[in-house]
Write a protein of this length. Structure first.
Length: 244
């Protein structure tokens, strides 16, 4: 099952689905020199955001040079709630995060509802925020075409030049337009029933938070592994696409 070379393993939106994450990570045939990239949205909606945050931190502690942790829009909302610097710089309504799963997140850290507004940021979340990046590219020339980001990259812009909030929140103006540059953006944020493969983008949010499966993508071989709510893991290769 090994690809014969170093791989990058890309993990989709987990959203507190700890059993799915454990099943998925346990099934991936990762080599000692492989890199694992989490595309953000570790928290909210699911029952065990705390477990997912701690698992992501454990991955980083075991291999800090080969573990990439990206911001998601849900981490952006959470950091803003705790007055911690976040990429978007948005001044969210105080209830924005709670309406989008923040209550379930804080309860998973052992906080009761009367504490939700006044409690400080749980230490594990605070540590996670300090490790997050807005995007990543592999230094491996075999993977030079790929850009890894939570929501997407505006067409015609580099992630370095794009507004950070767009990297976390963009939808239609990224999803519905083709990028002729040759770049392939691997993203999540917008759930689809199946992995969405286009010449210029691969979307691996398969709705783990909404009854779907949690997906991981192995590159450069383009193999997908998926875990369902029962802990069953399946795998398949993505179809080939033409150049952008």
């Amino acid at each position: 099952m090994d690809s014969g070379g170093d791989s990058v393993w890309v993990i989709g939106d987990v959203h507190g689905q700890m059993p799915m994450l454990e099943a998925l990570l346990g099934a991936l045939p990762r080599g000692e020199h492989d890199t694992t990239v989490f595309l953000g949205d570790y928290i909210d909606r699911g029952p065990d955001s705390a477990g997912v945050v701690r698992r992501a931190l454990a991955e980083y502690d075991a291999a800090p040079e080969r573990t990439v942790l990206l911001w998601g829009n849900h981490e952006d909302m959470a950091a803003s709630h705790f007055k911690i610097s976040a990429p978007s710089g948005y001044a969210y309504d105080p209830f924005d995060w709670f309406r989008n799963g923040g209550i379930a997140c804080l309860e998973s850290f052992g906080l009761d509802r009367p504490e939700l507004f006044s409690a400080p940021c749980p230490p594990d979340m605070s540590r996670l925020f300090a490790l997050l990046r807005t995007f990543w590219r592999s230094p491996d020339p075999v993977l030079a075409a790929y850009t890894f980001v939570h929501a997407g990259v505006p067409v015609g812009q580099t992630p370095e030049a794009a507004r950070p909030d767009l990297l976390l929140w963009i939808r239609d103006e990224f999803l519905n337009y083709r990028d002729p540059s040759g770049r392939i953006v691997v993203h999540v944020h917008t759930p689809f029933q199946e992995v969405r493969v286009l010449p210029d983008k691969i979307g691996i949010d398969t709705g783990a938070a909404y009854g779907g499966v949690l997906s991981a993508l192995q590159l450069p071989v383009r193999r997908v592994y998926q875990a369902d709510a029962a802990g069953r893991v399946t795998d398949f290769f993505l179809p080939e696409t033409s150049a952008p």
